[in-house]
Design a protein around this ligand. Structure first.
Ligand code: MG
Length: 378
């Protein structure tokens, strides 16, 4: 029987070379949105397709993000605490893992391809080790002395570094302080087997890398557009909730959930872009589980469904058609709540309101209608 694989995803690094954001806080590279999905989520999706289980070694600050990312996995996920050093995190992961092959991967390499992973795993199954590497293409020079370093025979090591798990644990017991698992393996068992790496399997390290990574993701992915529309009747005795914001008004929207027509239109636009049906199919209004539920919770679920299928929201635009009340004071809060539910920046969410000049049912305050478009990538 083919040896099973535990992917050990490292999400405990310090992001020391990322610098500070506008508020002076250190940027956490693993939590940066990269075209709608962060690095941990991208790695979970990639490895869930090829491994039999995932073990995420997460620092305390990345714990919540790891738990959220775990929801995207189609295979079992265990989360373990990260350690002081990289190798401490790896060892925690190795001990929690169950299968014969360990594929140890830095989540900062979130653009890793299935091909790179598959080749390294295949090598470990056959020879005990498999580590992706690529040739050095650039001229290398020491900055201090200007001396050129001979690049022939030099390779750049990548991850996932894949090994026979039990043998690696034994090697760890004898290891000093090292930069990667290949060095630990080599100290005990000799050279590792090198497999084909990829130039896109770079490590998100510095701030400028974020833009570069986004360009790579956009270049690889397809853009898709969806449309959504929703109308709810305005009645007395109901709250008016739009974009997750409770808006004071004498009438409210009638419906099974909180009747948030804005979020409903957005969800339908997202599902439409992914050709995944509509909200009526996924959240039937006969189902008591959805009675009175906040539509923002449903929006998070829809976002998760899209991500599981490899899609991420690029941007949303919506227009609310209502004669009353004045919505302008609430627009930014609606954008913020929508953006937070989707895990994207507020600059990705457009919401506008228009009055229909007292024409039609919206103009007579019989109902509110919302139209939305979603652009997604996948
Ligand atoms: Mg609706």
């Amino acid at each position: 029987m083919e040896k099973k694989v535990s992917a050990i995803l490292l999400a405990a690094g310090g992001s020391t070379r990322m610098g500070l954001d506008a508020d002076g806080k250190r940027i956490n590279k693993l939590l940066e949105p990269l075209c709608g999905m962060n690095a941990i989520e991208r790695c979970v999706l990639r490895f869930a397709a090829l491994a039999d289980e995932l073990v995420i070694a997460a620092s305390e600050q990345n714990l919540f993000a790891a738990q959220k990312a775990a929801l995207l996995s189609s295979v079992p996920v265990t989360i373990v605490p990260g350690g002081e050093r990289r190798q401490d995190s790896v060892l925690n992961g190795l001990k929690a893992a169950k299968h014969e092959i360990a594929a140890i991967h830095d989540c900062a390499r979130c653009l890793v391809t299935e091909e790179v992973i598959a080749k390294a795993i295949a090598s470990a199954r056959e020879y005990g080790s498999g580590v992706p590497a690529i040739n050095v293409r650039d001229t290398l020079r020491r900055a201090g002395t200007g001396e050129t370093v001979e690049r022939d025979g030099l390779v750049r090591m990548q991850t996932p570094q894949c090994f026979d798990r039990e043998k690696l644990i034994e090697a760890y017991a004898q290891a000093g302080s090292v930069t990667d698992d290949a060095a630990i393996w080599q100290g005990v068992y000799g050279q590792v087997r090198l497999t084909a790496g990829s130039p896109v399997n770079e490590k998100l390290t510095e701030r400028d890398d974020v833009g570069f990574f986004k360009r790579l993701i956009r270049g690889e992915s397809e853009m898709r557009i969806g449309i959504g529309e929703d109308t709810h009747r305005l009645v007395e005795g109901r709250r008016l909730i739009l974009g997750g914001v409770d808006i004071p008004y004498r009438l409210g929207l009638l419906g099974h959930s909180d009747a948030d027509a804005l979020i409903h239109a957005v969800m339908d636009a997202m599902l439409g872009a992914a050709a995944m049906g509509d909200i009526g199919r996924h959240f039937p209004d006969k189902d008591p589980a959805y009675e009175g539920i906040s539509s923002l919770i449903l929006l998070e679920k829809v976002n998760e469904m899209l991500k599981k299928n490899g899609f991420a929201v690029s941007n949303i635009d919506a227009v609310v058609i209502a004669q009353e009340p004045k919505l302008a004071p609430f627009i930014d809060e609606m954008r913020k709540k929508t953006a937070d539910a989707l895990g994207v920046g507020i600059d990705r969410i457009g919401i506008k309101a228009t009055t229909p000049e007292h024409t039609g049912p919206e103009g007579n305050s019989e109902c509110i209608t919302v139209r939305a478009v979603a652009c997604i990538r996948g």
